[in-house]
Write a protein that binds this ligand. Structure first.
Ligand code: NAP
Length: 274
């Protein structure tokens, strides 16, 4: 039997993942003895791969595209963020063998925005572009930061409407949707939660989105400025950041769930920059 606690990230594809490097760095920094590897599960085989990992001694794992919904279904218990989002990015087996599901994306985004970048969210106007799994994961925590309003727009408008409806019970009237072509003007923060940047594209957005001293935040991260961040510079955003900080912060939250220790993140974020 292995004596070292085992963790992993499941995805398809998964070769590009920075999660193994991040969690190994966390383990070194906190002197935790563990292994962490990337597992590419077959598209129709997440649950089988997860059970095989458990039989081999797995203690917990991260889950990324396209398995966050499968992970949600596999869990015996969900934390409130995961239950609302219908998506799980972190799993852990407890002492009795129950599989616990969490979504740490929203906490990761909030920690990067508020603690690393000192973005003020309370009373501010926020626009989110995108209504997929990542958007669902971050809406709840964003609302908890008490923005004046959070407007969601998406290429497929119906998907944005469904998301707004799903969160309406906790939104206190502050969560709205609008057409992608007319999302409103003068936002304090515009979050790109689409996957368009993965292929170097960006959603078509009008001018005037950014207010004075406006922030642009792209969940996608890359070694060079993403298409959205290049557009935001031309559109007058004063501050522009990609999602590398969120990636490390959501990982730190997962590490805390597994190990009960919160690793320092600043050096790891800067170490991952080219
Ligand atoms: P998803 O569920 O597949 O949703 C994709 C979203 O992007 C949908 O809203 C989709 O619109 C939109 N979209 C895709 N291509 C587009 C295009 N060319 N023009 C306009 N809209 C487009 O993906 P997801 O899980 O939400 O992930 C979104 C992104 O967030 C991914 O790039 C992922 O890597 C990133 N992410 C980053 C972190 C981090 O820690 N930094 C964490 C989670 C996710 P439709 O509904 O119209 O298809």
């Amino acid at each position: 039997m292995p004596t070292t606690d085992q963790y992993a990230v499941f995805g398809h594809p998964i070769g590009h993942s920075k999660s193994p490097a991040i969690h190994r760095a966390f383990a070194d920094a906190t002197q935790q003895r563990l292994t962490y590897r990337a597992i590419e599960a077959p598209l129709e085989g997440f649950t089988d791969a997860l059970h095989a990992f458990r039989r081999e001694g797995g203690c917990g794992c991260n889950v990324t595209v396209p398995f966050k919904g499968d992970a949600c279904s596999a869990a015996d218990w969900l934390d409130p963020d995961a239950a609302l989002a219908g998506a799980v990015n972190t799993l852990r087996w407890d002492e009795s063998g129950r599989l616990l599901g969490f979504n740490t994306d929203g906490k990761g985004l909030l920690r990067d925005l508020q603690q690393n970048l000192s973005v003020e969210l309370a009373g501010r106007r926020v626009l989110m572009v995108g209504a997929g799994g990542a958007a669902a994961g971050v809406i709840g925590p964003l609302l908890q930061a008490q923005p004046e309003e959070l407007v969601v727009v998406n290429r497929t408008h119906q998907r944005a409407e469904s998301l707004v409806e799903k969160f309406s019970a906790i939104a206190d009237g502050r969560l709205k949707t609008a057409p992608l072509q007319t999302p409103g003007l003068g936002y304090d923060l515009v979050v790109n939660a689409t996957s368009a940047g993965l292929t170097g594209e960006m959603p078509t957005l009008p001018d005037g989105l950014f207010g004075a001293d406006g922030w642009a935040y792209d969940l996608v991260y890359a070694d060079a400025p993403t298409a959205f961040l290049r557009w935001a510079a031309a559109a007058g955003a004063s501050h522009r950041h990609d999602g590398l900080g969120m990636l490390v912060e959501q990982a730190a939250e997962a590490f805390f769930i597994w190990r009960g220790i919160r690793p320092e993140t600043a050096l790891i974020i800067s170490g991952l920059r080219p």
